[in-house]
Each structure stands twice: as C-alpha cells, then as structure tokens.
Design a protein around this ligand. Structure first.
Ligand SMILES: Cc1cc2nc3c(=O)[nH]c(=O)nc-3n(C[C@H](O)[C@H](O)[C@H](O)COP(=O)(O)OP(=O)(O)OC[C@H]3O[C@@H](n4cnc5c(N)ncnc54)[C@H](O)[C@@H]3O)c2cc1C
Length: 283
C-alpha cells in the first residue's frame, strides 16, 4: 500500500447509494477474496470501495415456482443452502458447495465470482451458463439485463461503470451436475470444470470452465448429443462425442498446461453424465 494514500470504505444501504459511490470512482468490494490478492499481482488496491452486503435485495435468494433470483452479494454458502434440494439446481449447488475451501465460501459472493474477469477457474460461471442465467446490472444509464454468455464475454468493459445486482434463473431444468477437477483434493483452483443440465424438453446443455480464459457452452457437443434420443444419455457415448468434438484451446497456467486441460474433458463429461443419471429428475 502506497504511504499517505487515504482509503475510503462505504457500506451502502441502498443501490442508489452504491451507484453514487461508483460514480465517484469507488470499486465494488464483495468478499474481498480476489481483491485481497491484487497487490501480489502488482495491482494497487482501489482507493475507494463500496460494499453491497447491507442492501437487502442483493443479499437474498428468492425461490419462486417458475424462477429464482439470486442477489449478487449472496455468498457461496448461502446459495448452496438456499437451493439445496431444489430440483434441477443440483449442479449449481455442487458448484457453490465445492468451490475453493470453507473459509472462502463463507465470504466469497456470486457477484464477485462472476466479476473477477481475470479469474478463469470460477465454478459458478459454467454452472450458471447451463442454467441460461440472465445477469441484471445497474449502470450509470439505468438497469440492464444480459444473457450470461454475453455478460462473461463483455464484462471487462461493462464493469467499468456497472454493478451486478441480481442473477435471474428460469426453473426449466429437470437435472444438472457439476464436475470439477482440482489437482489436490481441495482448496486449489480446478484445472477444468464441466457443468451439465437437462431441460424439460430433455435437451442437454453443457458448459466448460477453466479450460479457456472465459467459460463457455460446448455447443458442438450439445448438438452431437441432441442427434440421439434422450434415452441414449449414456456416459460412455457422451465421452466418445466429447473426444470427437473437442474444440477447446486449453490455456496454459500455473496449475496445468493447456493440452492437459483439454484432454481431461472427455472423462469429466463421462462423470458428469453419470452424475446426471443419478439425479431424481432422471433416475
Ligand atoms: C485460495 C482460494 C481458492 C479459490 N478457489 C476457487 C475455486 O475453486 N472456485 C471458484 O469458483 N473460486 C475460487 N476462488 C475465488 C473465490 O471463490 C471468489 O469467487 C472470488 O475470489 C471473488 O469473490 P469475492 O466475493 O471475494 O469478490 P471480490 O474479491 O470482493 O471482488 C472480485 C472482483 O469483482 C468485483 N465485484 C465484486 N462484486 C461485484 C458486483 N456485484 N458488481 C460489480 N463488480 C463486482 C470487484 O470489484 C473485484 O474487481 C478461490 C479464491 C481463493 C483465495
């Protein structure tokens, strides 16, 4: 920390207050688990920060019969507990309950996980991609809704003047699963992540995280799997398609090289389909 720099911290009680702080140049401070590492990456900590956890609408999970709304300041622990047992959200629950370690999960938020744009190993990104989530932002020009794929691609620019406020999910899934490959048993970043879901029309959605810099849907595999009947959802068959349609460019990183991240995808798909078949919705 540079000597003599005055730091300011605001815990906003309303979104208007938070946006006023943003207009003055404050960065959003969520759990701080990513931001705390900025100095180690050679990035100065922001001089002003605004926290969102006191804004009631951003700190709760609303579960309705046809949709779910998740506040950006909801922590991984709260998200996992809130959706535990909700049919179709098994994958999102596994992502919230399996990421990082218990201490991080208690403070790290949904918003922070999606907004840490130089962090490729975010578990919630692929899990929310298969939910086809909509991201709600508050910008200097007013509220904005964006599909999660577009948000993830454009967030670097969007976040210069926005706050992620809520994540909206339809309840149109009958089953989902989330498979991650850390190199140790726990506590480190996953080398590759595969999230899978089956919707009410029995269509399979698949997304991959940590393999490329930004998580994305695996459309080539989704299309290959859609060609067969829903009854053909089979782990071996899916792994075969994953091998044939592997169009990922693995990123080299400290935990693993790109070729390895790419290569582990078929076995992760196999595990993912096996996990899907064990859910209540497909059993
Ligand atoms: C040891 C360790 C292991 C980890 N392992 C994993 C793992 O396995 N899987 C995983 O998914 N994650 C992992 N993480 C990351 C962690 O789970 C958090 O998701 C992530 O660090 C950010 O969450 P945060 O709430 O702490 O955000 P912060 O650090 O507070 O913020 C991160 C960035 O997002 C911005 N931001 C935060 N909220 C908003 C918002 N609502 N609107 C606009 N901008 C916002 C901040 O300004 C900042 O730039 C790990 C972290 C650590 C330290």
């Amino acid at each position: 920390m540079a000597p003599g720099v005055e730091r300011s911290f605001t815990a906003a009680s309303t979104l208007e207050e938070a946006m006023a702080a943003r207009r003055q140049g404050a960065a959003v401070l969520a759990g701080g688990t990513c931001m705390m590492r900025d100095p180690r990456r050679g990035i100065d900590l922001p001089e002003a920060v605004v926290a969102l956890h006191r804004i009631p609408a951003l700190s709760k999970v609303e579960i309705e019969p046809d949709h779910v709304v998740i506040g950006a300041a909801v922590t991984h622990v709260v998200l996992g507990r809130a959706l535990h047992g909700a049919a179709g959200f098994e994958g999102l629950v596994a992502a919230a309950q399996g990421a990082a370690n218990p201490g991080i999960r208690r403070v790290a938020t949904v918003g922070g996980n999606l907004c840490a744009f130089d962090f490729a190993a975010a578990d919630l990104s692929p899990a929310l991609l298969v939910c086809e989530a909509t991201v709600e932002l508050e910008t200097f020009k007013g509220p904005k809704l964006l599909g999660i794929s577009d948000f993830l691609k454009d967030r670097h620019t969007l976040l210069t003047e926005a706050i992620v406020t809520r994540i909206h999910l339809r309840r149109d899934l009958i089953a989902s699963a989330h498979i991650r490959l850390p190199l140790r048993k726990a506590g480190d970043y996953p080398v590759a992540i595969v999230s899978l879901a089956v919707d009410k029309d029995k269509r399979c959605r698949i997304a991959v995280g940590s393999v490329e810099p930004v998580a994305r849907r695996w459309t080539a595999l989704e299309q290959a799997m859609a060609a067969g009947p829903p009854s053909a959802l089979d782990p071996e068959r899916a792994a075969g398609f994953a091998l044939e349609h592997n169009d990922f460019q693995g990123r080299d990183g400290r935990e693993a090289e790109g070729w390895y991240r790419r290569q582990v995808l078929p076995p992760l798909v196999k595990r993912g389909v096996a996990a899907l078949l064990k859910t209540e919705g497909l059993a």
